[in-house]
Design a protein around this ligand. Structure first.
Ligand SMILES: [Zn+2]
Ligand SMILES: [Zn+2]
Length: 358
């Protein structure tokens, strides 16, 4: 085991669910250090919509105190005896998952993001009872399988939000065949959606971006979208009937206004509508009728973050094509403001917090 320097474990924690974005600096007990673990001193952490859903208790009651954040970049400080690919001083990242069983079919197939016993980066509990605390903090320990090496050419500030937002859209794009000759629709151009446009374009697809926000149109064109469609317009889907091979929807609220039938009607034969946004527990997809699937034999599905293989491929795409996300940096102490702006849809297109506790 190699140990460079001890790190303190503290972070900006939720202590009172009624004050969801008023986070207090709190010490926490890290997970027990094991032979497969990598410890990282955190330098940057992105602010994800999941953090808002968790802090506001929209996905159910959270642990308390709780430190969220799962778009983590930092410097390796310590590695366990079984870790060969990292050493102290390396730059590394952790996304929305930090552990899994390593023995089920999904884990053996390289689909560890679908392990039924996966351990999420925060608000999860390790078998020994330690609560997993996230990246609005000084340091994290994670199993080496869920630690990603960051190429030298990608700055930490740019890599941070790739760990969840970038990977969550890269994985379904890859899985469902995004590439040259394909027409790919992206619904909702926020943190995830802006990555989906960047990746789909870099993968060689023709990109159709769907937004209800006219103020984003110029940005979306600069990101590389070939077509920008306003979903607020009546009959917006008519011109694109039987057109798209894949739609990735990043919307994380549906309400009554989600025009799911219209989106399905735009798919080409056997096209796939993949939703990656996860709304609050009581905010379900609108009802669909079998009539919606018959005209094009389309499929409706989901996706959950991505595997290590997906992540390495995404980082290589970003490195080789020089892709940078559209981000705004702020010190970690301003996290309350960042969270409020994410909740109010004011972020363009991701906040990245920089370390100020260590
Ligand atoms: Zn996330
Ligand atoms: Zn497993």
């Amino acid at each position: 085991m190699s140990l460079s320097r001890p790190v303190e474990h503290k972070g900006y924690a939720l202590t009172d669910p009624k004050k969801w974005n008023d986070l207090k600096v709190t010490d926490f007990k890290p997970k027990t250090f094991e032979a497969d673990d990598v410890e990282i001193a955190i330098t940057h952490c992105g602010v994800c919509g999941s953090d808002v859903h968790t802090l506001t208790q929209g996905w159910g009651e959270s642990k308390l105190p709780l430190i969220v954040g799962h778009e983590i970049i930092g410097t390796v400080t310590r590695v366990g005896d079984k870790v060969k690919d990292f050493k102290p001083g390396d730059r590394a990242g952790v996304g929305a998952q930090r552990g899994s069983c390593m023995s089920c079919r999904a884990c053996k197939d390289g689909l560890e993001n679908y392990c039924p016993k996966g351990i999420e980066t925060y608000n999860a509990v390790y078998p020994d009872g330690v609560v997993a605390q996230g990246g609005y903090s000084t340091a994290i320990r994670a199993h080496q399988r869920f630690v990603f090496p960051i190429p030298d050419e990608i700055e930490s500030r740019d890599a941070a939000s790739m760990m969840c937002a970038g990977l969550t859209v890269f994985s379904p794009l890859k899985t469902h065949g995004c590439g040259p000759g394909k027409k790919v629709g992206i619904v909702g151009i926020g943190g995830l959606g802006h990555y989906a446009v960047l990746w789909a374009k870099a993968m060689g697809a023709e990109v159709y971006a769907f937004t209800h926000d006219d103020s984003k149109v110029d940005d979306i064109k600069k990101m590389g979208a070939d077509h920008v469609v306003n979903t607020g317009k009546k009959d917006f889907a008519k011109d694109y009937s039987h057109t798209l091979d894949i739609i990735v929807s990043t919307r994380d609220s549906f309400g009554d206004k989600m025009p799911l039938g219209d989106f399905l009607s735009m798919l080409y034969v056997h096209g796939r509508f993949i939703t990656v946004g996860l709304p609050d527990a009581d905010d379900t997809l609108p009802p669909v009728h079998p009539f919606d699937f018959a005209p094009n034999g389309c499929l409706l599905g989901g996706s959950k973050i991505g595997s290590k293989e997906d992540c390495l491929e995404m980082l290589e795409l970003a490195r080789s094509k020089g892709i940078k996300p559209w981000i705004e940096e702020m010190p970690m102490c301003d996290v309350g403001k960042a969270l409020q702006n994410v909740k109010d849809n004011k972020v363009r297109y991701r906040y990245v917090l920089t370390q100020d506790l260590a």
